[in-house]
Structure formats: C-alpha cells, structure tokens
Design a protein around this ligand. Sequence first.
Ligand code: PRT
Ligand code: ZN
Length: 295
Amino acid sequence: MSDEINRLRVAVQKKGQLAERSLGLFEQAGIKLIKGSNDLLYRAENFPVDFLRVRDDDIPQFVGSGACQLGIVGENVLYEEAPTDVPELGIIKKLGFGKCALKIAVPSNIPYADVTSLQGCRVATTYPKLLKKYLDRQGVNAEIVFMSGAVEVAPRMQVADVICDLVSTGQTLASNGLIAKDTVLESQAVLIKNDTALPELLQELVERLLKRVEGVLATRETKYIMMNAPETALESIIDVLPGAGSPTVTPLAGKPGLIAVHAVCQESVFWETLENLKECGASAILVLPIEKMML
Ligand code: PRT
Ligand code: ZN
C-alpha cells in the first residue's frame, strides 16, 4: 500500500496567529514532529500523520478537496473561503484560540446609528462575501471595496468611508481613530474535517487522532478536585461542584461522620467555587490539573 494511503494529512497555518497553537494542539496530543528541511510538510515520527503548512486562506480548499482529511482555520476564513460545492466540509470542534470578531468600524466624524447608516457608503474589507451576506440580510446596499490587508487605513486614504475588519484587542482600531460598531461574525480557530467516506485505515486514523485531540481539549478546563467534609454536607457540595457528575466518596479513617470527596470537574473551578465549598463545610480543598484524559 502506498505511503499516502497509509498516512493522514492535516492542513495548518504555516506562519501567523494560528500557526503555533495549531501544531501545539497535536504536539500536546503526543505527536512528535520532524521539523526537517521540508518546510511545507512536517512528518510525525510516532503517528502516521503529516502536517501540510500553508496560508490560512487555502486551508478550506485543501480540506474541501480531500487533499487533507483535517485542518485548523479561523471561522472567518472558513466561511469566506469554503468552496460552496463541498457540503461535506464540516466543523468538528471549536478550539478556543484565535478569538476575534469581524466588525464594522467607522471614523468618529461619520454619523452612525445602526447598520442602515451604511446605505450608499463605501466599505473596505478583506471579507467581501461575509460582509455582503450581512448587508443583504439587513437590506443595506453599500459598495464593497476589497483590500487584501491594511484595511484600517482605508478611510484615511479616502479609499472607503468605513471598514469591516477583524478586531481582537481593539488597539488597531483605536490607533487609527476608528470606532467598532456592528459585529458581522464572532470567530475562533476550528478543527475542520472532510466528511466524505474514507478508506477504512484512514478513517480509523482520523478517529484515533480526534480522540487524542478531544482528550487534550477536555483536560484544558478539566480539574481533579479533592476535599474533606462532613457527611451531611455531601448534597450541597455536589450542587456547588461545576460539571462534576458523580463524585467518589470515601470515609475518613478514625473520623466518624467525615468523608473525602473526589471529583473530576468538567468546567473551570474558580476561587468562588472554593469559597462556596468552604461555606458548605468542606476543608483541605485541593484542585489538581489533569495531564491526560481519554473520554
Ligand atoms: O499568511 P496567512 O494568509 O496564513 O496569514 P494572515 O495574515 O491571513 O492571517 P493572520 O495570521 O493574521 O491571522 C490568522 C487568523 O487568526 C485570522 O484569520 C483569524 O481567524 C485569527 N485572528 C485572531 C486574527 C486576529 N485575532 C487579529 N487580531 N487575525 C487577524 N488579526 C489582525 C486584524 O486583521 C487587525 O489587523 O489584527 C489586527 C487587529 O488586532 P487588535 O488586537 O489590534 O484588535
Ligand atoms: Zn490569510
């Protein structure tokens, strides 16, 4: 059997905001990469998978065409670039990084009540498809000016009246005298998959790799929590524990009426949670990270 049929291909961004965390996710899942001379393709030495390192704009096409079985891309790029004739291209998981929002932003001297204020305006953007869909839904007719970058300078250069661009901290807008208005799309990095049927071996590999990635994502928020408490406090402790299912309860040696409660919490454990547990009567509360998990 040829090597290609034996190995998975995952498309990731080569350089940029998503690059490091995309490969990092698989490295955390135990994949060891050979970062050798081939800059375009990183091979894994301990799992039959290769990572195709490309521009993020090309990732939906690579996965949609079946050249790669999986990929990581921002939702903004996915919805802008996804080939419309490939319905099998689907999101498997939101990954919680690369968070940003595609927003309308206007110079302070432009009166703006709501999106209908854009009627007849020129709007500069790198996301013409997403913007057009949004404006059409609102019944607004505006001229869309495509720019491949530096969109924030468009009003100053009088190329457009307002812009529609990605915003993260808001610093770029502020330093260009622009004010964020309507949100066209909230976005984050997502794991995408080509859903067309695969040869059995590749399908098995996809499932194995996804199980590991799911394990990594699950452990990010998940904590192991332990405490001592009076037996009578058990019910109120269970109410307070975030996403804990059924905890393990054991008696404390030589301390009648006292128990140890151990639980895996699927959601963040905040200081408030610990304060609430204390109020229920719990003591010696420990919160531990979980290194690996298979669901
Ligand atoms: O070369 P390639 O095409 O692969 O990279 P690229 O230059 O197109 O993309 P890159 O690396 O800038 O971004 C990749 C993805 O990261 C985007 O498609 C988004 O999904 C996500 N992302 C998250 C962001 C931002 N945050 C972000 N802040 N992408 C871009 N920005 C830019 C934005 O365009 C603006 O210029 O950062 C500026 C705004 O940032 P703030 O913090 O000043 O608001
Ligand atoms: Zn890009």
